[in-house]
Design a protein around this ligand. Sequence first.
Ligand SMILES: *Cc1c(COP(=O)(O)O)cnc(C)c1O
Length: 541
Amino acid sequence: MVPEKIADVSLENILQIFTLPEKPDSTLAKMEKQISEDRNLFFSEHIISQKKTLNDMEQDFSNSAIPEQPEFISKHAQHLLDALVAHSAYTSSPSFVGHMTSALPYFLMSLSKIMIALNQNLVKIETSKAFTPLERQVLGMLHRLIYSKNETFYSKRMHNSKYSLGAFCSGGTIANITALWVARNNALKAQGNFTGIEKEGLFRAIQYYGYSGLAVLVSERAHYSLKKAADILGIGQEGLVMIKTDSDHRIDCIDLQNKITTLRTKKVKPFAIIGIAGTTETGNIDPLTELAAICRKENCHFHVDAAWGGATLMSNNHRHLLDGIELADSVTIDAHKQLYIPIGVGMVLFKKPDITNSIEYHAQYVLRKGSKDLGTRTLEGSRSGIVMLVYASMHIIGRLGYELLIDQSIEKAEHFASLINQQSDFELLSQPELCLLTYRYIPHRIQKILSMASEKEIIEINALINELTKFIQKRQRDIGKSFVSRTKLNPVKWKRIEIVAFRVVLANPLTTLDILKDILIEQRKIALQDAKLNARIRSLF
Ligand SMILES: *Cc1c(COP(=O)(O)O)cnc(C)c1O
């Protein structure tokens, strides 16, 4: 056996990786060139759609020891291509319409490289310089998109160390946590001989204020990040009170009022109410104006989780869907969703730019009081300069470009919904408000049985249809040509029994109606393959 050539261990070689760029004919440089020239070609050549089980992939990544010996970059690049790229999710494929992670514009790949080369740290000015004012400006842009304050408002506050219009973070989860952190600290702020929750902690705070607990209210369609927030903020998952939704998956304001009353009789303080602007499962939007009025009356912080739907504000044709968002004390928007920025960037924006004083932190060596360091009011410490990509996209795509993207995605969802409605063997489960919709397949003969079934039978039959929906979704994913996701709903139409649904997110601008037609055809075909289930359905009735 010829011994494998291995890289020498020498400081000189290690220093070279800091000083020498990849040669143009190296494996890595060639990979990079191909991906920059034609991403789809590269992916279709290198991402293998055939299924490799998760178990098999785990075997590829089973060694827990850090490699002793340095490896040649070319050899490792090939390994990455074979073991990792080959089995990555093809998120940019126009027929993968099941997730919120879409294709990206090409220019962002080049900019990302520059961003990484610059390696700025936004925690403090010393390591970010121009990036700090840049981030403050972009926060100003998003703030203005939501709250439409006048020119003077922004010129006075955007770069003022006493204020922050919002915060950048790694995603919607951290944005939601930050918003509720601010809300909690303001609800339990210093007063009399109490020096504030941030100093004395939750236990002493609720003792001082005489509460028996704290609560945040949100609809049952809430994103699970809010449960994490409730846990971290010390109110517990049970402190996140879930409110019923109506037939359009929107919060039921009467149930909300009733729950608030019940909490108050138990001396539980509801300190925040959350409206969802684009639920993760169905894309529906809560009645924000109505929620704002309830918050005002109940003296609650009003947070809007617009992680998904916030970008709709870019379209003058559709921003009215989010009417009332301008009344929110805080708003979460994910840039890595409908603003088409790579994962991980989210933002939280605050109506009153001094509200974050309740979470202001200072360290002696950095983040001095009065400094403009962004790290004084962010949950995260070191953060990347990814704001550069948001800034560039705002310029290169522009509001009008985003408007086109938003409009086409909503239009496409409407077309797909009417296409589903035209199929007698598919059932639309949620009418799209944004570019999300849910539906399922029900074979004709089952529909007939359903129409004559008793209540008990309806439950049994739907349980079988749920199995079928799961089967179709899994099989379609495994075939690998297309991907829709699935979720569980409790539609009013089906008397709130649990219904498994296909979930489609039409954010990828390259997805066409023909692709969607093919997805339905494939699903219908797969349904016939479920022999076991088909037999069970026959035997039941
Ligand atoms: C995606 C999403 C989140 C969480 O955002 P991450 O960026 O995944 O942390 C929160 N709320 C809603 C409504 C979302 O769609």
